[in-house]
Design a protein around this ligand. Structure first.
Ligand SMILES: [Zn+2]
Ligand SMILES: [Zn+2]
Length: 1075
């Protein structure tokens, strides 16, 4: 059939280049209209391409009937994807362009050409609510004012358009009937072009390959890409402009729309210098000078070093980069100088940090006359067994961690005896890292260490710690090391010089500036835009993201945007950094950062305390970090001595961020929460007593270390020998330390394996904890790693791995899950007359039943989507596909407590128009906000996607406040909250009454830990629930009727009773006795 009609080979017209061939086919269309109804069957590829074409055709027809809508590619793409229900790849459009090069215009044009449309757009009074028809800022919109457009150029009556190049022509105005005709005509043109292509394709070639090859030439390139050579430079970070000038420059940008809602400047401060008395030895002074160029000391360094000299324990609470390492290093050198058998241990929260510090100390010791023989070593879980004995006997200083002290050094005290006997100094950096349950474990480990040292005659062990600025440094030091307040010297006067520092609170602008109800531009695109702007000016930036996925999305955005701008020079100096990356990857990135080679780092708070990433000039925080303390810690990462720096908080669209946008001074004035370490947890104490007794038997005098609860536990849980000493209970032998996991239970992990395209070679790119894996790896899902997208091909739940392949996709995926927290068995009951609280076993049930494909670029509030998952996307119609999955549920058991909301209270809420799901969710957070150890307790968060669904769901949740011990944290903490549940309810209720906020804030009903970003909430509802549970009088007439815009189906049902274990006593709260 083909041959019979027109054999291009035979006629000699067969082009060698596909592009030419296609052009030729196209040009034939005018005189060979009759072949439109070809009998050649179409390959599926063209059938599906036709669908894409028809969708674009429809959208463009619609758009051209509304003159106010610009046919920019992002606008067209959104609508086309809405019709197609799957993503529209640029390459597909390029294929169409290759097929119909004269009809389709797909190119960058000068933005000014669009101005006419924009003006009309701004004038129009009646706005279409659909965000599809706004003009989104995007990666198809370059810095130099070009936008990517997609439109049809019809050659009416055979007239050739003169319109080549980048000129934009307004689409013709047509009647609906004429438009319909035009649409049909274009569809015919497509069919004809395909038929011709198929006919023209030689048998030796494949039409699909041809079109795809040809399409590559039609992928649009911004006229500024690659930019002129001279643009491709940026100032060296050492020669950048002052930050003040850069901020002024930001304000001159066209994308600057008053985003800076608050600015606070802290002036530069000169360093305060003091003299050491007694002064240092010649050798140490020389070593500091030659290896570090240090000849003078700041006041805080002097205060700390002298306090150690006076045999005090020291805590230094000053800013980041105030020269804290000198405070550990100088006393170590002094000890070694006085006594070459002296030993020291240094503990850092991360291995990377320990490595950096070890190198620095080795260098210093090496430069110190008379000490160059001294050996320094790392002693951690990675230290090979065969090296350990040598380290014990020959090294003077070891870099280690509490895990090793707990599980390796103390249990083997007999081989460490010489070391411990000569141990002069234990330095613990970043002491604020040790709080909550982990802090309790560490506190007992230091007590065990002190006890062991004392027993072998070492009573002069000193402790020295540095910490970020915290509200209770003395008390924290006292708790962690078990010291008397009078033995501790607190150094908090910071003598280090600091550069001028600017803080900005950045609120993304409204999508529709004239409509205050419209949503805000994505915080993620604002943050990455600002980051690019700063890097181009030679500013070294770190962008902090709250969760891993945002970190990856930000990296992907930066890659795309810098790529589009042709700024590969900057791109190659930006790296993401977060938990989950392989060890090698992390070390490599740390190395690059430390060597000063990086210009930008996108990190989760894994970097907040950990690695010293060298010099940074600016910090951008994408969303308010978990707490005021984190905010200050992150902000403190930028800046060094003489140079000015910048910290920017880019607000997410969440209530907490909004609160700080409205009350920015609180960011600087609010007192951070006290660090809490709980030493009254009998379970934790017992486990360490079992260890301590194995290290050496316990006598009642050890109460000095372990506190008043010790005696009772020893008596009931340890084994008492005839001589009166307590020994480890035999069931924990021979290794009691193995019964404790000080960082919580190690979770099972899934391995993510990258498959190569060729099918040869696979390698591991990540290990993911099971509780996270459920939401991150599912078949068909998009997994992000170092800013690249991978599609999950296979998940093996028996062998815990997932295989992924790299694929450039323009969507991300968001899992759809039910996470049910169900009370399973009651073990304790506390009765407080008006209601009861129950403690017991709780089942967690996570079922990922599908996922949404979500268009990933850019206008929409990506971060809000990811955190609140779906609601924003539903609103913005950015969901392009919904996929069902059949994955096995993940179930696990934990402990926790719950309080049922009585029927009458539920009924009252319904009559007052209060949504019980909102009320219960807010009441849960209000209660947890009053509990000091809330970081280890979780609650069932209510998701907007489920609670605000207009269709009835079969999934109903009981009217119940429920709390449980976080997985992988060791547990036992919710029991402590349960012990004081009545008090927590009272405090929560009082906090709400006291708080002047309107709709709830972090002081009353909201939580930075909320999985669903506090979107479902009601301050009034929480107050009613709490008062009702406390038995307070509620006057229905005094409760204002809440107006609801839509009536939603009920998602909350009355809670039913939970099975009780045998002999559950009822603890009566008011009488404080059991009945
Ligand atoms: Zn409040
Ligand atoms: Zn929540």
């Amino acid at each position: 059939m083909k041959r019979a009609f027109d054999d291009p080979k035979a006629s000699g017209s067969g082009p060698s280049k596909p592009t030419k061939k296609l052009r030729q086919s196209q040009s034939k269309s005018n005189n060979k209209a009759s072949i439109a109804s070809s009998e050649t069957p179409w390959p599926d590829h063209f059938t599906s391409l036709f669908k894409v074409f028809k969708a674009i055709n429809t959208v463009l027809a619609f758009v051209s009937s509304r003159k106010q809508i610009a046919t920019t590619f992002p606008v067209i793409r959104a609508s086309v994807e809405g019709l197609l229900k799957h993503p529209l790849e640029i390459s597909r459009v390029a294929e169409l362009k290759a097929l119909l090069p004269d009809l389709i215009k797909f190119t960058y044009i000068d933005k000014n050409e669009l101005l006419i449309n924009e003006k009309i757009l701004n004038r129009s009074t009646r706005r279409d609510n659909s965000p599809e028809f706004s003009l989104p800022a995007s990666s198809y919109d370059d810095a130099d004012g070009h936008v990517l457009i997609l439109e049809f150029v019809d050659h009416l009556k055979g007239k050739k358009t003169r319109n080549s190049g980048f000129q934009y022509t307004a689409p013709p105005t047509l009647t609906p009937a004429a438009m319909k005709k035009l649409v049909e005509k274009r569809n015919q043109q497509f069919e004809q072009a395909v038929n011709e292509l198929l006919l023209a394709t030689p048998e030796t070639e494949n039409a699909i390959d041809l079109i795809q090859e040809a399409s590559r030439e039609h992928i649009p390139v911004s006229p500024n890409c690659p930019p002129k050579k001279e643009d491709k430079t940026f100032p060296s970070p050492d020669n950048r402009l002052p930050m003040d000038d850069i901020i002024e420059e930001v304000k001159e940008q066209e994308w600057y729309i008053d985003q800076i809602v608050h600015r606070r400047t802290f002036d530069a401060k000169n360093g305060q210098i003091a003299q050491l008395d007694p002064s240092l030895s010649e050798a140490i002074s020389e070593a500091l000078k030659s290896s570090r160029e240090i000849t003078t000391f700041y006041t805080h360094q002097v205060a700390a070093i002298q306090a150690i000299h006076r045999e005090k324990h020291v805590i230094v609470s000053t800013s980041t980069a105030s020269g804290k390492s000198i405070i550990y290093q100088v006393p170590i050198l002094q000890f070694l100088e006085r006594d070459s058998s002296a030993k020291a241990m240094l503990v850092y929260p991360t291995k990377a940090l320990a490595q950096d510090q070890k190198a620095a100390l080795e260098q210093l010791i090496g430069a110190c006359a008379g000490l160059s023989h001294i050996k320094v070593a790392t002693y951690d879980g990675d230290t090979p067994q065969e090296l350990r004995a040598d380290i014990r006997s020959n090294c003077s200083v070891i870099f280690t961690n509490f895990d090793m002290i707990h599980a390796s050094i103390l249990p083997n005290e007999h081989v460490w005896r010489t070391f411990l006997k000569n141990l002069k100094l234990l330095a613990v950096d970043e002491l604020h890292c040790y709080s909550g349950l982990f802090g309790s474990h560490v506190s007992y480990i230091t007590r065990r260490l002190r006890r062991a040292c004392t027993a072998i005659g070492n009573r002069r062990l000193r402790f020295i710690s540095c910490t970020a600025t915290i509200s209770n440094p003395r008390q924290h030091m006292q708790t962690i090391f078990g010291l008397e307040p009078s033995e501790i010297e607190v150094v908090s006067e910071d003598g280090a010089p600091s550069g001028r520092k600017d803080f900005l609170v950045w609120n993304p602008p409204l999508v529709l500036p004239e409509d205050p109800r419209s949503s805000r531009v994505s915080s993620l695109s604002e943050a990455t835009q600002l980051m690019r702007f700063l890097m181009k000016r030679g500013v070294r930036v770190i962008l902090f993201c709250k969760i891993r996925k945002i970190c990856e999305l930000a990296m992907k955005t930066i890659i795309t945007e810098l790529g589009n701008e042709g700024r590969h020079d900057i791109l190659e100096r930006v790296k993401p950094y977060r938990g989950g990356y392989s060890r090698e990857d992390r070390r490599r990135i740390e190395h690059e950062a430390f060597s000063g080679n990086l210009l930008g780092i996108i990190a989760t708070n894994a970097l907040e305390l950990g690695v010293d990433i060298g010099i940074l000039d600016a910090v951008i925080m994408l969303g308010f970090p978990m707490s005021i303390a984190s905010f200050r810690q992150q902000a403190g990462r930028a800046g060094r001595r003489a140079q000015d720096s910048l910290a920017v908080l880019v607000a997410d669209p969440f209530p907490i961020d909004t609160y700080y946008v409205d009350n920015p001074t609180e960011l600087f004035e609010q007192v951070p929460h006290h660090l809490i370490v709980d030493l009254d947890n009998k379970m934790t104490l017992e486990s360490h007593l079992q260890c301590a007794a194995h290290e050496m038997p316990i006598s009642l005098e050890d109460k000095a270390y372990f506190g008043p609860l010790m005696a009772e536990i020893c008596e009931s849980r340890l084994k008492r020998y005839a001589d009166g000493w307590y020994h480890t209970h035999p069931k924990f032998l021979p290794f009691p330390s193995r019964f404790i996991s000080i960082r919580g239970a190690q979770e099972e992990t899934y391995t993510v394996i990258k498959m190569s395209k060729s099918g040869q070679g696979e390698f591991i790119i990540e290990e993911i904890e099971i509780s996270r894996a459920m939401f991150e790896i599912y078949e068909g899902g998009v997994f992000m790693h170092q800013g690249l997208t991978y599609v999950v091909k296979e998940v093996n739940h028996d062998r815990n791995f997932a295989k992924v392949f790299q694929a450039e996709v323009n969507y991300i995926t968001s899992p759809r899950d039910f996470t049910d927290v169900d009370a399973k068995q009651t073990l304790r009951i506390r009765d407080f007359t008006a209601s009861r609280a129950f403690y017991g076993k709780i089942d967690l049930y996570v079922k990922v039943f599908g996922f949404f494909k979500i268009r990933s670029w850019p206008t929409y509030s990506l971060s809000s989507i990811l955190l609140t998952f779906l609601i924003c996307f539903c609103r913005n119609k950015a969901i392009i596909d919904s996929v069902d999955l059949d994955t096995p549920p993940w179930e696990c058991e934990t402990t926790g407590f719950w309080i049922d909301v009585p029927k009458a209270l539920l009924a009252l809420m319904y009559t007052k128009g209060i949504n019980p799901a909102e009320a219960i969710h807010s009441a849960q957070h209000a209660l947890l906000n009053q509990f000091a150890l809330s970081e280890d307790v979780k609650t069932e968060c209510k998701a907007p996607e489920k609670e605000y669904r207009v269709t009835e769901s079969s999934r109903k949740r009981p009217a119940r406040l429920i709390f449980y011990d976080a997985i992988g944290k060791g547990g036992g903490v919710s029991a402590k909250a349960f012990d004081i549940v009545h008090e927590l309810l009272q405090k929560a209720s009082a906090a709400i009454d006291r708080c002047e906020c309107e709709r709830g804030c972090t002081n009353c009903t909201q939580s930075t830990m909320c999985r669903e970003a506090n979107e479902v909430g009601s301050k009034l509802g929480a107050s009613i629930v709490l008062k009702g549970l406390l038995g307070h009088e509620l006057d229905p007439d005094a409760i204002p009727l809440q107006e609801q815009t839509v009536s939603l189906p009920q998602t909350i049902v009355e809670a039913s009773a939970v099975r009780r274990a045998n002999d559950v006593r009822i603890e009566n709260v008011t009488q404080n006795a059991s009945t």
